[in-house]
Design a protein around this ligand. Structure first.
Ligand SMILES: [Zn+2]
Length: 107
């Protein structure tokens, strides 16, 4: 191996480029089909959900904070979830927990 060649690991790259469509196995069609990708986004929280009400009740009053608040995070990337949509049957499959800084979806 040559000296002076700096090889960065994949997860240190500034951004990742992906094609919008590619062929992947579909569990419903049971073959490889053309699938489009998009980034999964979390839906809006319901304020009156039981967990949210319980959490609000726990945090209320003096000494309500149960764990130290995170001031600075050590990580520079976030986990994203990819959503694949099958062109034949519209079945959606997810790929969870990819740690990248930025994802560019190219047409
Ligand atoms: Zn399918």
């Amino acid at each position: 191996m040559k000296h002076g060649v700096l090889k960065l690991p994949l997860n240190l790259c500034r951004c990742m480029k992906m094609q919008k469509e590619f062929r992947k196995f579909c569990p419903k069609c049971k073959t490889h089909t053309t699938q489009s990708i998009s980034i999964y986004k979390k839906g809006k929280d319901r304020k009156m959900a039981l967990g949210a009400r319980r959490h609000a009740e726990d945090k209320k009053g003096y000494g309500g904070q149960k764990f130290p608040e995170l001031k600075r995070t050590a990580k520079t990337s976030k986990k994203i979830t990819l959503k694949y949509t099958c062109k034949n049957c519209q079945r959606k499959t997810m790929k969870e927990g990819m740690r990248i800084r930025k994802l560019e979806i190219q047409p």
